[in-house]
Design a protein around this ligand. Structure first.
Ligand code: NAD
Length: 254
């Protein structure tokens, strides 16, 4: 899929992508490597992290971001930081497991916070840095049964804006990208679960359950999100800072 990578030159740059072994993170790592960056692939999944790193000439780092203090050193020296790792738990509030809630905040808020903290000194010293936080429509809107995810993504939005305000004078931008449903293992699992739960075909789950609020009844491809992430690293995007860029088929426009 076309990503217009030709116009973005990241040769000599180091990019850190969390959750880069799968889905959106993998597509981002690939796009950044194609643009010339040396990519650090951070993920819990050792086999896939090594597979992706080998495919793109990057480095695999097998890490658990729910314990961010063990991981922060990996963001030192990064020119581009993509905070992407995340996961979903779907339960009504009164049954939502507190340990899962805490883990979601650790992986999707605390780890980005600590990685940004570790990345900033190098970015400030050179007067250039790009932080991209993979948020979601759920960083802007709520859905039932997603207390941990919606809370974490809203918090990530706040963190991203503070990084934008502090980083701007140093040439460092921080933005969120806010996809609707993207065709990745995270969503394919939800589709299969919902089809089984409702006793309806998977295509019906996509159109009538997941994308009920979208004006476009198709899943987004991970490469399309990666294209937006790459654009945020381009010279044309230098003044996009503190933004939340929706890619959701007009879901949040309604
Ligand atoms: P995915 O499940 O395909 O990939 C997520 C990756 O994160 C996996 O490789 C997983 O191993 C890694 N990961 C999870 N917990 C980790 C931990 N504790 N330490 C290290 N790595 C860990 O999911 P995806 O759909 O590509 O999602 C990537 C990001 O995009 C997430 O933040 C998600 O919230 C966001 N997002 C996804 C969608 C979608 O529809 N798929 C929509 C909006 C936002």
């Amino acid at each position: 899929m076309a990503r217009n990578v030709d116009s973005v030159n990241l040769r000599g740059r180091t990019a850190v992508v969390t959750g880069a072994a799968s889905g959106i993170g993998r597509a981002c790592a690939t796009a950044l490597a194609e643009a010339g960056a040396k990519v650090r692939v951070l993920d819990l999944d050792a086999d896939r992290a090594h597979e992706v790193a080998a495919a793109i000439g990057g480095e695999a780092h097998v890490v658990d971001l729910s314990e961010p203090q063990n991981v922060v050193h990996l963001a030192e020296g990064a020119d581009v930081l993509v905070n992407n790792a995340g996961f979903q738990v779907v339960r009504p509030l009164e049954e939502f497991p507190p340990d899962q809630f805490r883990r979601m905040l650790a992986v999707m808020v605390e780890a980005p916070f600590q990685l940004i903290q570790a990345a900033l000194p190098h970015m400030y010293a050179q007067g250039w840095g790009r932080i991209v936080n993979v948020s979601s429509v759920h960083g802007l809107r709520a859905s039932a049964y997603k207390a941990g995810y919606v809370t974490a993504k809203h918090a990530l939005e706040g963190l991203s804006k503070v990084a934008a305000v502090e980083g701007g004078p140093h040439g460092v931008t921080s933005n969120c990208v806010n996809p609707g449903y993207v065709r990745t293992p995270l969503v394919e699992k939800q589709i299969a679960d919902q089809a089984a739960a409702h006793g309806i075909p998977e295509q019906e789950v996509i159109e009538q359950v997941l994308l009920a609020r979208s004006a476009m009844k198709q899943l987004i491809e991970p490469e399309q999100v990666a294209g937006l992430v790459l654009y945020l690293c381009s010279p044309a995007a230098a003044f996009i800072n503190g933004a939340s860029l929706s890619m959701d088929g007009a879901w949040t426009a309604q």
